[in-house]
Design a protein around this ligand. Sequence first.
Ligand code: PLP
Length: 484
Amino acid sequence: MRYISTRGDLQGCPGNTFTEILLGGLAPDGGLYLPETYPQITHAELDQWRGLSYAGLAFAVLSKFIDDIPPADLQWLVDKTYTAEVYCNGRAGDDVRDITPLRWLEPGLGLLQLSNGPTLAFKDMAMQLLGNLFEYVLAKKGEEINILGATSGDTGSAAEYAMRGKHSVRVFMLSPFGRMSAFQRAQMYSLQDANIYNIAVRGMFDDAQDIVKAVSNDHDFKARHRIGAVNSINWARVAAQIVYYFKGYFAATGGVSGSNDTPVDFAVPSGNFGNICAGHIARMMGLPIRRLVMATNENDVLDEFFRTGIYRPRATAETHTTSSPSMDISKASNFERFVYDLVGRDPAVIRELWAKVDAGGSFDLSKTAYIAKLPDFGFVSGMSSHVDRLATIRQTFEKYGVMVDTHTADGLKVALEKRTPDSPMVVLETALPVKFEETIVEAMGRLPERPAAMQGIERLPQRVEVMDVSVDAVKRFIESRLGG
Ligand SMILES: *Cc1c(COP(=O)(O)O)cnc(C)c1O
């Protein structure tokens, strides 16, 4: 399997194997990596895969995309990633052996529980594997990496819990001082591992993000200190997320003895388009997904595209701060992968469209032939607001006795609008309610349940360096920790 860039400069150029693109972010031409072709899954394979454990399925799916890690090693990596010990943080009573249990709310409407990992959000599903892949590949190459990132909450903690204690990996994570919830702060800052550095900057998330960009643009510093990233455009993260669409499909169509003829709809709370992009790829591989229901919050850049054909990324000042903060995006970084497929995988078209986006503009496909192709890809979309979110959280609890988080509520709200009687609808649960206690209290007048492992984490000692918004200060800090 070879990887190409959506912007095309790498087309036909050999040598971009999975492990070669694993540690990088963007392709050198500014595009995103995608496999040269999508592997096609036969009916016979679906039949064989149906009875597999999560780790078994991860091996089966990922083997289609990875041909430069020996199979025995890949098996070992997925076996040590997808264990009940790692994914056991969900609510009491969930069958943790399942890793991602499907919970039926009523016949034909299910929640795929992806939030049982250490940070209680679906990002653990891919990030935990990434941690093990990084350690493995770095050891083979005899290299080290220093991951620099900025977080407003979920990504930073998922990255830290995936990389803690790993050989040859250090994490420097910037967060906005005083802006995350007490729970999120405790989750990150209470880590005592020597390879994890939390830096709180006296500013907003965007200031932290700008520092990361400035450091990454200092090519000399970046090369000298082997600075890397684990952001949502990383191909391995997308690839790892494909697995749970298969798992969810099998669970929704009757477990081990079910059939592979029933199409299923998936509803996905979306921000950077990484999660639903994995669903798109599963569908392109031949998994019988009928529709991909994309839900946004008030930041409806993507909903607007699927309704109108116009993609208009917003300026930071136009981005709303909402009660589903992990979906507060102004620009959906993985969206380029989908548009590449939509325009018939023509890199010249992508270069033209993204020349506009990268210059701060927008593009309009509504009067092109591409728009007629959109229905072939199965996407439908909708939007959910703060008021919708509160109502959905309340009603889901009253009707089913299940408490959902604010992001999952956005997905559920749109799923209910788009659902039809002829296909089961599976809503991806992207986090547990305890991560967003303030809004749960607003909706329900009471606190959400807390998994046992998270009791009292706010009282643990915290390790964090507080700094002004300064690129130099961050660089000096990194250098001091690397010993010069
Ligand atoms: C990251 C995140 C999302 C958005 O996922 P994308 O892959 O960026 O579309 C939704 N919900 C939660 C809880 C998240 O952490």
